[in-house]
Design a protein around this ligand. Structure first.
Ligand code: FES
Ligand code: FES
Length: 207
């Protein structure tokens, strides 16, 4: 059996399988990486969307032999350690997911879009072809715009001349300091997003 080697989420991996095995099955069945979802297997639903050399691709219709020596990133490789990607943060703040099945692909498509254009229009966002059977499109649009705004705003911190965050032991919260303010602001933002969603859902139910 041939062996194919490529970089997956920053690490070199090797898969012992036929060259025409789809990358989706190599990821899911051979490597145990299940973030990319199987929806159609024919490049229609886009649930499997991941990145190949930094661009969106659909592993369900890509042969294993075609990623040899290349750089594959799945949703599992988006965060940097404990630091979520701004698109992932925006997704949580906007409470985008419903059943969640399509969401890894939606997020990877959104990240690829924001690499191409930092300030996407509604038309740019509508051009994303990822299907959501739960109809979370409105919240996806809001999250992409929120992520674009986040990514355009420099992060305040010591390196940027902002306040330093105190060291905190794992499992403990600081009693005072900017971490507390950030956590409170984050909780308030999440509560506001949840309230907005409840109101919107109520409006949609009445309509
Ligand atoms: S599984 Fe539907 S496009 Fe890949
Ligand atoms: S959240 Fe259910 S399919 Fe998109």
């Amino acid at each position: 059996m041939p062996k194919y080697s490529f970089t997956l989420n920053g690490k070199t991996v090797q898969v012992d399988a036929p060259g025409d095995l789809s990358v989706l099955w190599a990821l899911r069945d051979k490597l145990g990486v299940t973030g990319p979802k199987y929806g159609c297997g024919i490049n229609v639903c886009k649930a499997c969307t991941s990145h190949l050399n930094g661009k969106a691709f659909n592993p369900c219709v890509t042969d294993l032999r075609d990623v040899a020596g290349k750089d594959v990133t799945t949703i599992e490789g988006l965060a940097k350690g404990d630091q979520l990607h701004p698109v992932q943060e925006a997704w949580l703040e906007q409470d985008v997911a419903q059943c969640g099945f399509c969401q890894p692909g939606q997020i990877m498509a959104a990240v690829a879009l924001l690499k191409r254009t930092s300030n996407p229009t509604d038309e740019d966002i509508d051009a994303i072809e990822n299907v959501c059977r739960c109809g979370s499109y409105f919240r996806i649009r809001e999250a992409i715009k929120a992520a674009a705004a986040k990514m355009a705003t420099p992060v305040a911190g010591p390196a940027a001349g902002g306040p330093s965050v105190p060291d905190v032991a794992p499992g403990q919260l600081p009693a005072t300091g900017p971490g507390v303010a950030t956590a409170a602001a984050g909780a308030a933002a999440l509560a506001a997003a949840a309230a907005t969603r409840l109101l919107r859902d109520a409006d949609e139910t009445e309509a």
